[in-house]
Design a protein. Structure first.
Length: 391
């Protein structure tokens, strides 16, 4: 019953995470596109940086952006913050429910690093906090004068985290932590920099003082960073469904290519929205395509030496030892209430029916068993793979 209730809680939190995440991403994409599309026009009000005319839903909108802030603020000023806050809160809640609660299955892989669940959780929390502190330090350093170098330093930080995670956690655990690492940076950018800076601007206006323009500039920089990190973090969050990603022996390099592909596509969209000539940013799509092609080639099924030819009984013995505790009509695993994805592996016919899935999850990668808690050996994977390949 406990597993059933936890599953429902997981589903509801995941649903909430999707809802608020869509809201946050939508406002990020909208405001960055709007910022790039602002135009200077004749007879603009004092202090206005640019304006944009928009059409949507049968109506027309005229938006003005002030360089720092208007001389007076309306009482109904709208703040965009709760979607970002709640995306992080629901994301961490999912991390707790899915990975901390079941650390031995989803987070720890003894073949990568032997550790207790408490150690895995402690490393997780400390690394997420350290990631933000290092990133924030980079943004406050002299690199602020060179945006391209700052972007490269942030990229290097993400790769360093990915390399560390892939040498600490299981494949699934490593990739979800890269997503949480980036997502934490993005959320604290809003909570710790963008919104506080906006509050300082408002306080200065209320006091009849001129706001510091650097507050708005810093907020815009962090918002732009969030915008470029959105596409990579989205793929990290769904990576646990794809063992070809999480099971790759060089997962940190997979992360690097995902970041390059996502950021390249985002840069193309941003520069197109800004109205730049295509000749200035044409290279972004080929770069993104090259990164994706490299991902496909890297994660393609690898040819391995086939194991010894085994009979049906031996194949089923391997499956019963490592798989049926979860993949049975009534799982015996204490944390599994229903067979994952409805896959039941209690007969030779079942095993043949789901041969492709078993090959992907347990032969071509070590995604299954979760956390390899049953200690499935390389030899067993090869033998099962040879049996599946020769019906």
């Amino acid at each position: 019953m406990t597993a059933f209730l936890v599953d429902w809680l997981n589903l509801l939190v995941r649903w909430s995470h999707l809802i608020v995440g869509i809201g946050w991403i939508g406002t990020s994409f909208y405001f960055i596109a709007l910022d790039f599309q602002l135009r200077k026009r004749e007879a603009m009000p004092p202090g206005v940086y640019g304006t944009a005319w928009l059409v949507h839903g049968g109506g027309f909108y005229n938006v003005e952006k002030y360089l720092v802030a208007p001389p007076a603020l309306p009482p109904d000023l709208i703040w965009y913050k709760w979607d970002a806050y709640l995306t992080w809160v629901t994301g961490v809640s999912l991390l707790i429910l899915q990975y901390y609660w079941n650390a031995r299955q989803y987070l720890i892989d003894p073949s990568v690093l032997q550790m207790a669940p408490s150690e895995a959780v402690t490393i997780s929390l400390m690394s997420l906090a350290a990631g933000w502190l290092i990133y924030d330090g980079l943004c406050r350093s002299a690199l602020i004068r060179w945006p391209a170098l700052l972007a490269l330093a942030t990229f290097a930080l993400i790769l360093a985290a990915a390399y560390a995670y892939t040498h600490i956690y299981s494949g699934r655990g490593a990739f979800i932590h890269v997503g949480a690492f980036i997502g934490t940076i993005m959320a604290v950018n809003v909570f710790g920099v963008i919104i506080p800076n906006q509050r300082k601007i408002v306080a200065a206006l209320m006091a009849g003082e001129a706001p510091d323009p650097r507050l708005g500039q810093t907020g815009k920089q962090r918002s732009l960073h969030n915008n470029y990190l959105t596409l990579p973090v989205l793929l990290m969050m769904v990576s646990n469904h794809y063992p070809e990603l999480t099971g790759h022996p060089h997962g940190w390099l997979v992360v690097a290519l995902v970041v390059v592909a996502g950021a390249s596509v985002r840069h193309f969209i941003n520069r197109h929205d800004a109205g730049d000539a295509l000749g200035r940013f044409w290279w972004t799509l080929p770069l993104g395509a090259a990164a994706i092609l490299a991902l496909v080639v890297m994660t393609a099924p690898r040819q391995t030496d086939e194991g010894a030819v085994i009979d049906d009984a031996t194949a089923m013995a391997i499956v019963e030892k490592h798989c049926t505790m979860c993949h049975a009509a009534r799982p015996t695993h204490p944390n599994i209430a229903e067979p994952p994805k409805g896959v039941v592996l209690t007969s030779v016919a079942d095993l043949r029916r789901y041969a492709d899935a078993v090959t992907r999850q347990a032969v071509a990668s070590n995604a299954m068993p979760l956390g390899n808690e049953t200690g499935m050996t390389t030899a067993e994977r090869a033998e099962l793979g040879a049996w599946l390949a020769h019906p």
